[in-house]
Design a protein around this ligand. Structure first.
Ligand code: ADP
Length: 399
């Protein structure tokens, strides 16, 4: 029995899933949080059982990995008898720059190349590397694989990924659109093809990954040819707390008016904008926005309408980019759970012959075609599964 441990390591947290690759079922999953902070703990959930809370100091990620491995092999709530049952470890890595166009087996050269991408994702990549090092320390003979959020979008053509600023900035610093959520866009677009009984090469799909972070991707014949996030995840759609697209001159204008320095300004754009900002601070969570809309709250309605409009605009743009679209898929927290938002976005797409079937659309978190039989473009709800994609890539490379 082959089992893959999937690790998603942040600066103070570490999410994990152990996946049985024969059945592709999750055997156990969990979260180590507050690493390096007081009150650190691991919430460990074996499949089909109650969660266990392990409260122990975790001064660093080495200790976090040690506790996770301890939980997985524990006599009572463990799911494997020995660490040697873990065939391989798959690590989520946020930024692979232009160096990584697909997942790779981790070697010292790979680690150095990931380090070279640190500048592009200073909050994420160093944490991902700490997770890799910590696992290597405790599992020195277990093969490890890096799976990048950016890799799927490396097929974008130059005309899509270049910003119209002096070309030297691309040459010198790699300033270009990279895109994120690639593992999700790949998983969902492949599922769309399978559900429709087609090969990925046969269809043009627009994937709307609508979570707290949100992005749209144009997947033409199995390849990402454009996506809404850019050099960083700040560009594109209106998100929970991120602004998405805006006139860059707003930065200097507001910095002058509000006397903000650049760090404070970036904090506004990353943490105080988007749905939270547009709703005048009501919430970054769409559940509260939805409730507000129902109560006739003007601020909630404003945020809702702007969000929906931006997604619809991107779908129109990507239909043009691909000269057509066969399928539109919704995924992630909002895309999978909010039927009203799917319906509202699609209400802009009548010109494409998109028609939602309300009964089919009244569903959550389940693979479903939500468009009517007459709809000229298929609309689907496809729950994403980035961990499974990471585990599959890992197995493929480890053999
Ligand atoms: P993240 O980018 O943090 O992974 P998620 O994919 O969890 O975000 O999406 C968060 C968004 O999805 C929130 O706006 C939230 O309202 C919505 N969402 C998540 N789960 C549900 C649910 N069960 N019902 C309704 N909305 C949900």
């Amino acid at each position: 029995m082959k089992k893959v441990l999937v690790i998603n390591c942040g600066s103070s947290s570490l999410k994990y899933q152990l996946i049985d690759m024969d059945t592709e079922e999750v055997v156990a999953k969990g979260l180590a949080e507050r690493i390096g902070i007081d009150g650190s703990r691991v919430k460990h959930t074996p499949a089909g059982k109650d969660s266990v809370l392990i409260e122990e100091p975790m001064p660093d990620h080495n200790k976090a990995v040690e506790l996770v491995l301890g939980a997985l092999t524990d006599k009572e709530h463990g799911v494997i008898s020995d660490m040697s049952e873990i065939t391989a470890v798959g690590h989520r890595v946020v930024h692979g720059g232009e160096k990584f166009k697909s997942s790779v087996l981790i070697t010292e050269e790979v680690i150095s190349a990931i380090e070279e991408c640190n500048d592009l994702a200073p909050l994420h990549n160093p944490a991902n590397l700490i997770g890799i090092r910590a696992c290597q320390k405790l599992m020195p003979t277990t093969p490890m694989v890096a799976v990048f959020d950016t890799a799927f979008h490396q097929t974008m053509p130059e005309k899509a990924f270049l910003y119209a600023i002096p070309y030297k900035y691309y040459e010198k610093y790699g300033v270009r659109r990279y895109g994120f959520h690639g593992t999700s866009h790949r998983f969902v677009s492949e599922r769309v093809a399978a559900i429709l009984g087609k090969k990925p090469e046969e269809i043009k799909t627009i994937v709307c990954h609508l979570g707290n972070g949100a992005s749209v991707a144009a997947v033409c014949h199995g390849k990402s040819i454009d996506t809404s996030m850019g050099l960083t995840p700040l560009e594109g759609l209106i998100m929970g707390t991120r602004s998405g697209d805006m006139d860059p001159a707003i930065l200097s204008f507001l910095m002058g008016k509000s006397k903000l320095n650049i760090d404070q300004m970036m904090n506004v754009l990353n943490k105080e904008s988007g749905i939270l900002g547009l709703s005048s601070g009501l919430s970054s969570d769409f559940r509260e926005i939805e409730a507000g809309v129902k109560e006739g709250n003007v601020a909630a309605q404003r945020a809702n309408d702007a969000f929906v409009y931006r997604v619809a605009k991107y779908i129109g743009a990507y239909t043009a980019a691909m000269n057509g679209v066969d399928a539109i898929a919704f995924t992630a927290g909002l895309g999978e759970n909010n039927a009203a938002i799917r319906k509202e976005i699609c209400s802009y797409l009548g010109y494409l012959g998109v028609e939602i079937d309300d009964e089919r659309n009244a569903v959550r978190g389940k693979e479903t075609v939500v468009s009517s039989d007459q709809s000229k473009v298929k609309v689907l709800l496809v729950p994403t599964n980035e961990e499974l994609m990471i585990a599959r890539d890992t197995m493929e490379l480890v053999g």
